[in-house]
Ligand binder design. Structure first.
Ligand code: UT7
Length: 331
């Protein structure tokens, strides 16, 4: 069977570091609250109008170079984000324009924290059918310009950061290595547990001064409910991809979870009896970068020598929707 394999990774985060102490100046919060509840020490915020596609462009150049490809080799772009440069069109075509590769398809995916898992799964299907051969899968977000960074929004505002991660997906030359399987889920009954109501097409008119004043243009979250579901679904999704491939938890070299909260990562590690070095974490540096968090983490894990040929690697995510899913890779 034709499998797909990740042949290059890249990442980019803006230079501007925003520490918890910086946030203390904007709202009623403390460094210790943020560290203890979420494990975040600092995050990156854009300080120019670079756009989500602009962050992705920087990560894309690195991924292409690592895959030893030119932009003109790419035959499909899959772009996952919840924070596109414009509401219309999506950021996929904007990245395509920056890369200078008109004509190839660009697909936008909006599955929030699970966006990269959905995107990589879509790419995998197209590689398996033979329709595309060099696919760029992107997770990129700019949260900083869309958060309520006052005390009113502190429960959400302290969690998120900006960044981009990109992988290149190609057919594997070894049938035993690559994406072994992907598993996608959603449950819209929980859509409002983590959502941003406005502006949207539901309301007439879409955007009013009242919406700006009442804060409904910012994301809100039922933190405890999301946390509880995240731990359950992360564990289920990991078990699902291992069971599907007859791989035991002991055989897994590294789990790369979506970076939502260090306490979630620790709970997952505990459930599978993993020491913390087997469940990758970089949330202390970047906060939650939604669709970008897994490809950024994967790139850093590779650079740190934590992923080697033949290793079983689990990617797993949960987030707004609710959406969740997992992918088992053999590197
Ligand atoms: O990426 C998508 C998936 N996202 C997640 O998985 C996130 C899931 N949820 C969480 O990570 C956690 O629920 C949070 C980190 C968001 C919150 O932690 P928590 O332990 O669930 O705290 P809480 O929401 O129960 O709030 C505890 C207290 C409250 O005060 P009272 O009511 O006990 O007096 C909050 O008002 O902490 C207060 N609080 C804050 N205090 C200082 C909320 N936000 C802050 C803040 N600084 N930034």
């Amino acid at each position: 069977m034709l499998r797909s394999r990740i042949t290059g990774t890249g990442m980019y985060v803006p230079d501007k570091v925003v520490t918890n102490f910086d946030l203390e100046k904007l709202m009623d919060t403390t460094d210790s609250w943020i560290r203890e509840r979420a494990g975040i020490v600092e995050r990156r915020f854009v300080d120019s109008e670079v756009g989500t596609s602009g962050l992705a462009y920087e990560a894309a150049k690195m991924a292409l170079s690592n895959a030893k490809l030119q932009a003109s080799d790419i035959d499909f772009i899959v772009f996952a984000t919840l924070s596109s440069d414009y509401l219309v069109p999506g950021s996929g075509v904007l990245l395509q324009e920056k890369l200078g590769i008109p004509g190839i398809p660009a697909l936008d995916i909006r599955n929030q924290c699970t966006g990269f898992i959905y995107g990589l799964s879509v790419a995998d299907q197209f590689i398996k059918t033979g329709m595309y051969k060099k696919i760029m899968v992107v997770g990129s977000e700019i949260h900083s310009t869309g958060l309520d960074l006052s005390t009113r929004g502190r429960d959400v505002g302290v969690l998120f950061g900006d960044g981009a991660g990109v992988v290149i997906v190609e057919p594997s030359d070894d049938p035993d290595r690559g994406v072994l399987s992907s598993h996608l889920h959603a449950d819209g009954r929980f859509a409002k547990e983590l959502f941003m109501e406005n502006p949207g097409s539901l309301h007439i008119p879409r955007l009013t001064k009242e919406m700006l004043d009442d804060g409904s243009v910012y994301p809100i979250m039922n933190g405890r409910q999301v946390f509880k579901n995240a731990v359950i679904r992360f564990c289920e999704a990991i078990t699902e991809c291992l069971t599907a491939n007859n791989v035991s938890p002991d055989q897994v070299k590294l789990v790369i979870p979506h970076q939502a909260n260090l306490r979630i990562t620790e709970a997952v590690a505990q459930r599978f009896n993993y020491t913390l070095d087997r469940v990758f974490s970089n949330i202390h540096k970047y906060g939650n970068t939604t669709a970008a968090s897994i490809p950024i983490a994967m790139h850093e894990a590779l650079m740190q020598g934590k992923i080697n040929k033949g290793d079983y690697i689990v990617l797993v995510a949960f987030g707004s929707g609710f959406t969740w899913g997992s992918i088992l890779l053999r590197w």
